[in-house]
Design a protein around this ligand. Structure first.
Ligand SMILES: C[S@@+](CC[C@H](N)C(=O)[O-])C[C@H]1O[C@@H](n2cnc3c(N)ncnc32)[C@H](O)[C@@H]1O
Length: 284
């Protein structure tokens, strides 16, 4: 049975501590806070999610009418290093960015200072947001809702702070993915017998974000049906599954990457069926 984590303050504190110590810097080794640091993060972000935009800047154009954000009130949840915050500001949106950790707030503020950009950037918990009802035209929650003990509550908060007719986009992890089912549960859990030492949730935490430092505190994966249930209070909900072709390329194993000989359309089909990245969009 899947674990539930409702109202788990101790776990939330652990999640906060972990992300504060391990800010999501895409393994960039340039001097933290430098121009090279932020631009290398942007480059890696683009390489990781080619399916989100045609070409390069601005990001996310396949899912967000970026030009249409001009003058709109936008909330960027879990700003991390400000990779998306910067994009939204450059499109002319009136941006508020939040993150659970002081480190992410510091890194996002440094990025904006570097480019003389302005936004409200503050420490806040998405599960309990300090904003009035019906405040924002657009809410983006990229790579964060699955790290929160109370994911349902955070989604309810997104709905609450959106204006009627406002739109949201979230990126979360897809459960029926090569990454989870094949690499983690089969590869690590069963074939390498890690299920002898980890329960399923601990195994997932161990081998997703932060695998190089022993794993993170909480990473939840959902099926398409579960996403639809989670976001059922929104209308026009769409769930799209993606990955980049690096995933099928490495099948059946990174040491035997026969998948790279698959036709491009087969690789794309694998990514759309069993990719790890779920993009959820909806309207209040
Ligand atoms: C994988 S990182 C993604 C950061 C950024 N969105 C990006 O793509 O680079 C996850 C982020 O979620 C933040 N986070 C986790 N729980 C949160 C919460 N309850 N409220 C706000 N931010 C949270 C973490 O501090 C961390 O910065």
């Amino acid at each position: 049975m899947r674990k539930t984590f409702s109202n788990d303050a101790a776990l939330n504190a652990k999640v906060r501590g972990w992300w504060h110590a391990n800010p999501f810097n895409y393994f960039v080794d340039a001097e933290e806070g430098s121009w090279a640091f932020y631009r290398n993060i942007d480059r890696k972000f683009l390489k990781w999610i080619p399916f989100m935009q045609k070409g390069g800047y601005p990001f996310l154009t396949n899912y967000i009418d970026m030009k249409g954000l001009k003058g709109k009130k936008l909330l960027d949840i879990a700003c991390g290093t400000g990779v998306l915050t910067e994009q939204f500001i450059r499109m002319g949106a009136d941006v508020t960015a939040i993150d659970l950790t002081p480190k992410a707030v510091e890194l996002t503020k440094k990025r904006l200072d570097l480019y003389h950009l302005n936004a409200v950037v503050m420490e806040a918990d998405a599960q309990q947001m300090p904003f009035a009802d019906n405040t924002f035209d657009f809410v983006c929650a990229w790579g964060c809702l699955m790290h929160m003990p109370e994911t349902e509550k955070a989604i309810g908060e997104i709905h609450r702070v959106l204006k009627p007719g406002g739109k949201m986009l979230a990126m979360m992890y897809h459960r029926n993915s090569v990454h989870l089912r094949y690499a983690i549960q089969l590869g690590r859990g069963i074939l390498r017998a890690k299920y002898l030492t980890y329960d399923d949730q601990s195994l997932i935490n161990r081998y997703t974000d932060g695998a190089h430092v022993g794993g993170n505190m909480l990473a939840k994966f959902y099926t398409r049906k579960e996403f639809r249930n989670l976001f059922s209070q929104f209308s026009d909900v769409m769930v799209a599954i993606h990955d980049n072709h690096g995933v099928p390329n490495q099948l059946p194993h990174p040491w035997l990457p026969l998948g790279k000989f698959l036709p491009k359309n087969v690789k794309e089909w694998v990514c759309r069926q069993w990719g790890m990245t779920a993009i959820i969009t909806g309207t209040k």
